[in-house]
Design a protein around this ligand. Structure first.
Ligand code: NAP
Length: 504
C-alpha cells in the first residue's frame, strides 16, 4: 500500500473542522475564532473553519519569510521542484472525487462544473512542473569585452487573495506558478469557500513542499487580507476578486511598492454574426453565460446578435435557456448549480428588477428559482433580458449571476463599438464562419481574451487576464512565471586592460 493510500484512510478530507496551515502545521487560530461555511444548495452547515486573526497572519508572514530567506525550497534544482509539483498533481488526482465533493458542498456548483475545475487545478500543477524547466534568463548582445546575462529570481513572499467562485482553481492558479519559481506564499481564501484551498495546502505538504512555503489562512478580507497587503515584509500581492477591492489593494500596495497583479471583474461581450453556425453559437453562448451559474469573471453577459438572424437566434437561445436544469448539484443531469449565498441572490435580483424598471423585457427567468428538495438553498432562474441599451446598469455593471442581456447590431463596426463600450476588458467571444472577419474583430476588441467560435476561455498554457478595469497581469501561462520573478541583470567585463572610466 502506498503512503498516499494510507493517508487517504487516516486522513479523510471531509471533516467537521478545518485548520489554518502555517509553517507546515495545521493550527487553530490564536483567538479560537471560526468561520461557519454553508452549502449554498441546501443552506446546511458544511464545516467550521479556523478563522485567521492578524496575529495568525503575522505568523504566516514570518513563516513564509523564513522559508524564503533561509529555506531550501528556492535553492532546490528546478527539476526537483518540478517533481514536487507533479506529486501535488498526482495526490490531487488520487483524491479527485473527495475534492470534487468538497468543492460542491462549499460552493453549490454542479458536478460537471466542479469536476472540470478540479481537473484544471491538477493540470495547472502539471503545466507549471513542465514550464518551470524552460524558464530561464538570457544572454544579451553586448559590445566587445562585456558580458551580460539575466537571471530570473523569485520575487519573495507573495500574498495571494482569492474569490469564492472558483475556489480550488483560483488557489491552483496562484500557488502553482509562485512555488514553481521558488516563492513562498500566504493564501487568503474567500471566507465563503475556504475548504478546498486548505486541502490543497495540506496536499502541498504531503507532496514535500517544505514548511512555510505554502501557508493558508482563511479570514476576513478587510482584516487579514488588508493586513497582508500593507505588510512591509510581503513582496507581492496577487489578487483575484472584484474591481473595487482590486483598486483598494493597488492603492495600499503602493506604500511599499509591492509587485501587484490583479484579476478583476468583467462584463464580457459575445458577438454573433449572421454567417455564424447558429446552433454552435447558441450552445456556446448559453455556456458562456450560464456556466458556473453565471458567477464567472469572464461570463459573456452581453450578447450582441446581427439583426438579420436576431429573431431566429433569440428563439433558439431562449428555448434552450428554459431547458437548463437546476437541481441536486451531485446529479450529473444538473446543468446549473446554486448561487453562493442570499446576499448574491439579492444582488442578482436587484439588477433584474432595475432592468424591468428601466423598460427592459425579461424573455425567460427573472426571479429566484424554487428547486424541489433544495428549498433552503439559493437559486436563480437562467435569465435572458432584451430591449436594453448601454445606459442601463444591467448592461454596464458586472452582475455575477445567470443573467444575460441581448441586443441587435447592424454591421461589424457597430458590433466592435458596442463590445468596447465598457470599462471592463476581460473576456469576449466572436461567432462567425468568415475567418477574416473573425480575425479583424478579434484584433479590434479591447479584452485580454477573445474566443472565436469557442466557448472556453481558460486552459493551462493560455494567458488569462484583463484589459482596462479588469486588471493586469496574466495567469495560467508561461508569462505568469515572469510575474513571480525579478529579472536580475549581471554585467561583467572580461577585457585584459583594467577599466578606468574617470581617467584618474
Ligand atoms: P471580492 O469581494 O473582491 O473578494 C475577493 C477576495 O478579497 C476575498 O478573499 C475577500 O475576502 C478579499 N478581500 C475583501 N476585502 C479585502 C480587502 N480590503 N483587502 C484585501 N482583501 C480583501 O470578490 P468576490 O465577491 O469574492 O469574487 C467575485 C469577483 O471576483 C467578481 O468581480 C469576479 O469578476 C472576480 N473574479 C475575477 C477573476 C479573474 O480572473 N479576473 C476570476 C474570478 C473572479 P472575504 O471573502 O473575507 O471578503
Amino acid at each position: 500500500m502506498s503512503t498516499s493510500q494510507t493517508l487517504v484512510e487516516q486522513n479523510s478530507l471531509k471533516r467537521e473542522f478545518y485548520h489554518l496551515i502555517i509553517n507546515g502545521e495545521k493550527v487553530e487560530s490564536n483567538n479560537g475564532q471560526t468561520i461557519s461555511t454553508y452549502n449554498p444548495a441546501t443552506g446546511e452547515l458544511v464545516a467550521q473553519v479556523a478563522k485567521a486573526s492578524k496575529e495568525d497572519a503575522e505568523r504566516a508572514v514570518q513563516a513564509a519569510r523564513e522559508a524564503f530567506d533561509h529555506g531550501k525550497w528556492r535553492k532546490y534544482p528546478v527539476g526537483r521542484r518540478a517533481q514536487v509539483l507533479n506529486k501535488i498533481a498526482s495526490i490531487m488526482r488520487s483524491r479527485f472525487n473527495e475534492i470534487v465533493e468538497l468543492e460542491i458542498l462549499d460552493t453549490g456548483k454542479s458536478l460537471s462544473t466542479a469536476q472540470g475545475q478540479v481537473n484544471q487545478a491538477i493540470e495547472d500543477f502539471e503545466f507549471y512542473a513542465g514550464a518551470i524547466v524552460g524558464h530561464r534568463g538570457v544572454v544579451n548582445n553586448m559590445p566587445g569585452q562585456f558580458h551580460n546575462y539575466t537571471e530570473k529570481e523569485p520575487v519573495g513572499v507573495c500574498a495571494q487573495i482569492i474569490p469564492w467562485n472558483y475556489p480550488i482553481m483560483m488557489a491552483a492558479w496562484k500557488i502553482a506558478p509562485a512555488i514553481a519559481v521558488g516563492c513562498s506564499v500566504i493564501v487568503k481564501p474567500a471566507s465563503l469557500t475556504p475548504i478546498t484551498a486548505i486541502i490543497l495546502g495540506e496536499i502541498c505538504l504531503e507532496a514535500g513542499v517544505p514548511a512555510g512555503v505554502v501557508n493558508i489562512i482563511p479570514g476576513s478580507g478587510a482584516e487579514v487580507g488588508n493586513y497582508l497587503v500593507e505588510h512591509k515584509q510581503v513582496d507581492k500581492v496577487a489578487f483575484t476578486g472584484s474591481t473595487p477591492i482590486g483598486k483598494d489593494i493597488m492603492n495600499k500596495a503602493s506604500n511599499t511598492l509591492k509587485r501587484v497583479t490583479l484579476e478583476l471583474g468583467g462584463k464580457s461581450p459575445n458577438i454573433v454574426f449572421e454567417d455564424a453556425d447558429l446552433d454552435a453559437a447558441v450552445d456556446g453562448s448559453l455556456y458562456g453565460i450560464f456556466y458556473n451559474s453565471g458567477q464567472s469573471c469572464e461570463a459573456r453577459s452581453r450578447l450582441y446578435v446581427h439583426e438579420n438572424i436576431y429573431e431566429q437566434f433569440v428563439e433558439k437561445f431562449v428555448s434552450k435557456a428554459k431547458q437548463i436544469k437546476l437541481g441536486n448539484p451531485f446529479d450529473k443531469e444538473t446543468h446549473m448549480g446554486a448561487i453562493i449565498d442570499q446576499t448574491q441572490l439579492d444582488v442578482i435580483d436587484g439588477y433584474v428588477q432595475s432592468a424591468i424598471q428601466d423598460g427592459a423585457e425579461v424573455l425567460s427567468g427573472g426571479k429566484a428559482a424554487q428547486v424541489e428538495g433544495f428549498e433552503n438553498g439559493f437559486w436563480y432562474e437562467p435569465t435572458v433580458i432584451a430591449n436594453v441599451n448601454h445606459s442601463m446598469k444591467v448592461v454596464s455593471e458586472e452582475i455575477f449571476g445567470p443573467v444575460v442581456v441581448i441586443m441587435k447590431f447592424k454591421d461589424e463596426k457597430e458590433a466592435i463599438e458596442l463590445a468596447n463600450d465598457t470599462e471592463f476588458g476581460l473576456g469576449s467571444a466572436v461567432w462567425s464562419k468568415d475567418g477574416a472577419r473573425a480575425t479583424r474583430v478579434a484584433n479590434e476588441i479591447q479584452a485580454g481574451i477573445v474566443m472565436v467560435n469557442c466557448p472556453f476561455s481558460a486552459m493551462p498554457g493560455t494567458p488569462f487576464g484583463g484589459y482596462k478595469q479588469s486588471g493586469f497581469g496574466r495567469e495560467l501561462c508561461i508569462e505568469t512565471l515572469d510575474l513571480y520573478t525579478e529579472t536580475k541583470s549581471i554585467i561583467s567585463y572580461y577585457g585584459n586592460r583594467p577599466l578606468n572610466p574617470l581617467g584618474l
